[in-house]
Write a protein that binds this ligand. Structure first.
Ligand SMILES: Cc1cc2nc3c(=O)[nH]c(=O)nc-3n(C[C@H](O)[C@H](O)[C@H](O)COP(=O)(O)OP(=O)(O)OC[C@H]3O[C@@H](n4cnc5c(N)ncnc54)[C@H](O)[C@@H]3O)c2cc1C
Length: 388
């Protein structure tokens, strides 16, 4: 058994989680992976995959029991993200985004909000985490979307860009600024906006380099009236909610990246064991063995760090932001490097879309950009060592 397979077997999952993981792996292998190239080519949203994921009731694993869910560990959740992404990175991120968008509602919503809104997700809904704006990317606190209270409603005006699941979501977790609070950061607030709310429009969907079957949409809010009952916490609680939720979504972005990296690594190993040049298998050349050694070693260490952060979360750690940044940074850089090396190991065939390493390399790039670019994560990690 190779060390990566052995590492997979050490995951601290209970029997119920193992059974679910077996079903997810079978679905990923038999139905999702074979369709991934087609969805990448067409750019069509993979509704069949979403339906198949919902047939397993996968959203329930992060929804509390009293709202109809069947909660499982964060480790089990991350392993599902990794397995789905290994089969189809677009499908993996569509499902992971449900968690990213809904976790703040679970952690900061009132009992009434959870009872009313979470069943949408238990029943297979899709959600979007809606932060980025045309002029507010890395510095999300520069957002301009305005939340103006008006009796029992909040009127939302503004625009968002690059929103995953944006054209298909049932629930949008939207961050904006409370008009009655002057200080920019202190004004940030979070609202859940339901699909079909008048004034919310999908302006367009982007044509992308990778993750081509996932939806990335620009949204407009034009005097969009949202019940005040959908405000998470109090006006001005948004930044605290945003930072706490990013800490939990970053390990998930890393699991997505590591799923892509693992697929590329496995494809490359298989290929160089079969392909022959100069009378030998490619894997027999020492230069190639050195490449393989670096890929396998870095993958094993990064996967181990993934499970370390997962265990911290499962043990209710609250101070794990830097560990999550280190994980997101290293996993995404590694995904880019391993997919690029995999293309190299395939030679000319790696550049041709008949082999999936070409798609994996395109899919990997975004992982270095979203959920905080890697420049921002390097800053966060470095700054954490500055003496106060
Ligand atoms: C496919 C896709 C899906 C996405 N999904 C979502 C989503 O679901 N929800 C959502 O809210 N957003 C989403 N995003 C947005 C994504 O999180 C942002 O693109 C990202 O945060 C970077 O912001 P930006 O694109 O405005 O780049 P900018 O912030 O303009 O950055 C441009 C460059 O400058 C660098 N830079 C910026 N500031 C600094 C600094 N202080 N120090 C050093 N370097 C810096 C960056 O690292 C980058 O290299 C998505 C984006 C894409 C492409």
């Amino acid at each position: 058994m190779n060390p990566l397979t052995r590492l997979d077997q050490t995951l601290p999952l209970n029997d119920e989680e193992r059974m679910l993981l077996d079903s997810v792996r079978a679905l990923a292998r038999e139905r999702i992976a074979p369709r991934a190239a087609g969805f990448d080519r067409s750019g069509e949203f993979p509704h069949e995959n979403v339906a198949a994921i919902n047939a397993l009731g996968l959203n329930a694993m992060f929804i509390p029991e009293d709202c109809g869910g069947a909660p499982m560990s964060y480790t089990a959740y991350l392993e599902c993200v990794r397995e789905l992404s290994r089969a189809c990175a677009s499908t993996g991120v569509i499902w992971a985004t449900n968690f990213h968008a809904i976790k703040p509602l679970i952690d900061f919503g009132s009992a009434e909000q959870k009872q009313r809104l979470l069943p949408v997700m238990v029943n297979g809904g899709l959600a979007s985490l809606t932060i980025t704006e045309p002029s507010a990317g890395s510095d999300a606190t520069g957002m301009k979307t305005a939340f103006t209270p008006d009796g029992d409603h909040v009127v939302v005006d503004g625009s968002k860009i690059f929103i995953t699941n944006g054209a298909h979501a049932d629930l949008y977790l939207v961050f904006g600024k409370w008009s009655e609070i002057d200080d920019g950061k202190a004004a940030i607030s979070a609202l859940v906006i339901e699909k079909g709310t008048p004034g919310l429009t999908v302006v367009r969907e982007e044509n992308k380099m990778g993750l081509r079957a996932s939806s990335t949409a620009a949204l407009a809010f034009d005097r969009c009236r949202v019940p005040r009952a959908n405000l998470l916490g109090a006006p001005g609680d948004g930044l605290r909610i945003l930072l706490a939720s990013l800490n939990k979504s970053r390990p998930s972005v890393a699991a997505h990246a590591l799923g892509i990296a693992r697929a590329a690594f496995e494809d490359a190993v298989q290929y160089i064991n079969d392909r022959r040049q100069s009378g030998r298998r490619i894997v027999e050349f020492q230069g190639i063995q050195f490449m393989l050694a670096d890929m396998a070693t870095d993958l094993a260490l990064c996967e181990r760090w993934l499970w370390h952060v997962a265990t911290m979360v499962d043990h209710d750690a609250t101070d794990f932001g830097i560990e999550a940044s280190m994980l997101k940074l290293r996993a995404s850089d590694l995904a880019m490097r391993i997919t690029t090396d995999a293309v190299q190991l395939f030679g000319g065939y790696g550049y041709i879309s008949d082999y999936r390493v070409e798609r994996l390399m395109r899919d990997a790039k975004i992982t270095q950009i979203w959920e905080g670019t890697n420049q921002i994560h390097r800053q966060l990690i470095g700054r954490s060592f500055m003496r106060k």
